[in-house]
Write a protein that binds this ligand. Structure first.
Ligand code: NCD
Length: 305
């Protein structure tokens, strides 16, 4: 039995297979419509979510399976003081696979240790978000046709943004991927990622503060929201909020074939005027999240179609 805690839990070859499966699911959905008949997915969400939870549920329903779960800690026995590992141990009697999101880093991993079913980390605090990374890799593959030879700009809250942390760890395994890390001083990529992931793999990167200084070089611009809920005080958040706003003027500095991605939700870091730019890909990215989660469920449940 396999769990998914980090994008590195899959080898590059396994990821290639998973992305190819997601592509086939997109092209031939009918082939997979009953692949998970009789199977149940549990979604245990201790933190707010729209896309991750609903795309997981949509994925399982589109595979013919069923779903159950809770969308806030207050409506589960966590409110009575139950531990995550007890909850997941019990959920594994009710479902065949489980996706869990939790504000505490490492909680899904703890939950997986006592689980009888595959557990998927659907986001743990400011740490990792591997299924968003699968979504991002599929989006890049489909839109750019490759996962190597890319200059990737990551912009916004690179300190608390778990999607950024997972995406960096996944992309360093491909050839000639360079990063431009665009953030205010206070929200830079944590040093453990710079040392253990970027430097350890000899990856070329630079850190800049102004989006304008990076635009022209990028093949991908990955925007992120300032992670309000992870700030220690409101004042600090208010100072950072609005630091970056991608607008048509800044888009004019970018390559014609650059793509803009965002895990969403967007707050104000991308002006709605950018939505109609053909380079804006964030809503399609959310759609890819369903195909890739379908592929992931099939893979972890070892369903052959
Ligand atoms: C992200 C998350 O939860 O980390 N959202 C998502 O899953 N698409 C990004 C965010 O909340 O900013």
């Amino acid at each position: 039995m396999r769990h998914l805690m980090s994008p590195l839990d899959f080898s590059v070859e396994e990821l290639d297979k998973l992305l190819a499966l997601a592509d086939d699911i997109e092209k031939h959905p009918a082939k997979y419509a009953h692949a998970c008949d009789g199977k149940i997915l549990a979604t245990c969400f201790y933190e707010p979510s729209t896309r991750t939870r609903l795309s997981f549920e949509s994925a399982m329903l589109r595979l013919g399976g069923q779903v159950l779960g809770f969308s806030e800690a207050g409506s589960s026995s966590a409110a009575k003081g139950e531990s995550v590992s007890d909850t997941i141990r019990v959920i594994s009697c009710y479902a065949d696979i489980c996706a869990i999101r939790h504000p505490k880093e490492g909680a899904p991993l703890v939950g997986s240790t006592k689980s009888l079913i595959p557990v998927i980390n659907a986001g743990d605090g400011g740490h990792q978000h591997p299924t968003q990374t699968l979504t991002d890799l599929l989006t890049i593959k489909q839109k750019k046709g490759r996962l190597d030879n890319l200059t990737v700009g990551l912009c916004g809250d690179l300190k608390f943004g778990r999607t950024v942390h997972s995406l960096i760890s996944a992309l360093v395994r491909y050839k000639n991927v360079k990063f431009v890390l665009i953030s205010p001083e206070e929200l830079k990529v944590p040093s453990y990622i710079k040392e253990e992931v970027l430097d350890a793999n000899g990856i070329e990167y630079k850190e800049v503060e102004k989006l304008e200084d990076a635009m022209a070089d990028l093949d991908i611009l990955y925007m992120t929201r300032i992670q309000k809920e992870r700030f220690f005080n409101e004042e600090e958040y208010l100072r950072m909020k609005g630091f970056y706003i991608l607008d048509p003027k800044k888009m004019a500095l970018a390559k014609d074939d650059m793509i803009v991605m965002h895990p969403l939700p967007r707050v104000n870091e991308i002006s709605v005027a950018v939505d109609d730019d053909p380079r804006a890909n964030y809503f399609e990215q959310a759609q890819y999240g369903v195909y890739v989660r379908m592929a992931l469920i099939l893979t972890l449940l070892e369903v052959q179609v």
